[in-house]
Design a binder for this molecule. Structure first.
Ligand SMILES: Cc1cc2nc3c(=O)[nH]c(=O)nc-3n(C[C@H](O)[C@H](O)[C@H](O)COP(=O)(O)O)c2cc1C
Ligand SMILES: Nc1ncnc2c1ncn2[C@@H]1O[C@H](COP(=O)(O)OP(=O)(O)O)[C@@H](O)[C@H]1O
Length: 321
């Protein structure tokens, strides 16, 4: 997959088969769109092109809003899209000026002039241009004028739920990891550097690698205890590596404030089973398998340790299922 970031130096695409979107999560619904993109490109001997935006449009349109948390960093998204076998990814700098183009100008000046599309494949609910005025109907009206054809992708449904990035974010924030994973089509993962904590873990008999996420916009699932797999990225890695089954270590993760010790800051910490090494400053990727229980305040450290023993056992069982 070729990644293009400069709109003024795009190649001359051959029968470009386009799709457009933010693709946060590259979830099951997105994959369906991408499969159609690849198949259409193959059938007409064209090139598959994904157009995406960075930063996320909501960050530009609602700059004061700090609530936006994303399923993927840009690096993760690039790698996930690459795994889908796409020919070109175009990352368009999303600005206020870009967002305020009228829909008709967006089609003519942006889509047609820069990409000369042969087919445009889009999800049923895609909107574009100033105040989201453009939609699939408008694209259809101008098909003949510009010589492209529009292909609409219906909503993807899993367990009677329409798959959407928003729903997946909500499930993760509520700790519903298994459901989120099903909608994603892979296990949700996050990466970060191992930083120092309070050095209490080793005294409790459960040392935990405290992870500082690589990107502060990355969504941290709701507080609670999770069964996870952890992978140490090669020393000097950039943290954007994606899961590869071979080197995943079974582990248990706690996300929360440690009420037992009156903690005040959110910590993401992982105890890796049957493992002992100094991994401070290393990049660790954690892939979430299932939710075990909410975080609780215990009477004392001994009661917490007894619970952690049970959590570890539960996690091991969940991970071999
Ligand atoms: C499996 C697991 C479950 C945990 N559950 C709780 C909990 O319910 N309540 C809590 O206050 N802390 C919980 N913790 C966090 C511990 O308090 C924390 O790991 C300990 O304070 C060590 O912190 P440190 O890494 O800063 O030394 C849990 C940790 C693990 C690994
Ligand atoms: N099984 C393990 N799982 C996670 N980290 C481990 C493990 N064994 C050793 N470590 C190391 O110990 C550190 C955690 O020990 P801990 O006492 O919890 O200290 P801290 O409070 O600084 O996290 C980790 O960052 C890692 O370097």
């Amino acid at each position: 997959m070729l990644v293009h970031r400069d709109l003024d130096h795009l190649p001359a695409f051959q029968r470009a088969v386009l799709t457009i979107g933010t693709f946060d999560g590259v979830h099951c619904g997105h994959r369906q769109v991408i499969r159609q993109l690849r198949e259409t490109a193959a059938a007409c001997n064209g090139e598959s092109v994904i157009i995406t935006f960075e930063p996320h449009p909501r960050e530009v349109l609602f700059p004061g809003n700090n609530d936006l948390h994303l399923l993927n960093t840009l690096d993760e998204k690039i790698r996930l899209l690459e795994q889908q076998g796409v020919d070109h990814l175009v990352i368009v700098p999303f600005t206020n000026a870009f967002s305020s183009q009228p829909a008709a100008a967006y089609i003519e000046d942006f889509l047609v002039r820069r990409f000369c599309p042969y087919r445009i494949i889009i999800g049923y609910d895609h909107h574009f241009g100033h105040q989201r005025q453009g939609n699939i109907g408008l694209l259809r009206e101008v098909e003949a004028r510009y010589g492209f054809r529009v292909v609409e992708i219906p909503p993807q449904v899993v367990h009677h739920l329409t798959v959407s990035s928003t729903k997946i974010r909500e499930h993760l924030e509520a700790g519903h990891v298994a459901l989120a994973n099903e909608l994603l089509g892979y296990d949700y993962f996050l990466s970060g550097t191992v930083v120092h904590g309070d050095r209490r873990g080793r005294e409790l008999g459960y040392p935990t690698a405290n992870i500082r996420p690589a990107d502060k916009r990355k969504l941290i699932p709701g507080s609670g205890i999770y069964a996870v797999r952890a992978r140490l990225d090669p020393a000097g890695g950039d943290g954007s590596a994606l899961p590869e089954a071979s080197s995943w270590l079974p582990a248990v993760m706690s996300i929360g404030y440690r009420p037992t010790f009156n903690g005040t800051d959110l910590r993401v910490e992982v105890h890796i089973f049957d493992f002992s090494a100094d991994i401070y400053d290393r990049m660790l990727t954690v892939s979430l398998c299932d939710f075990i229980r909410p975080e609780l305040k215990f009477e004392n450290a001994e009661a917490l340790v007894r619970q952690i023993e049970q959590d570890a056992q539960t996690a091991r069982e969940m991970l071999i299922r």
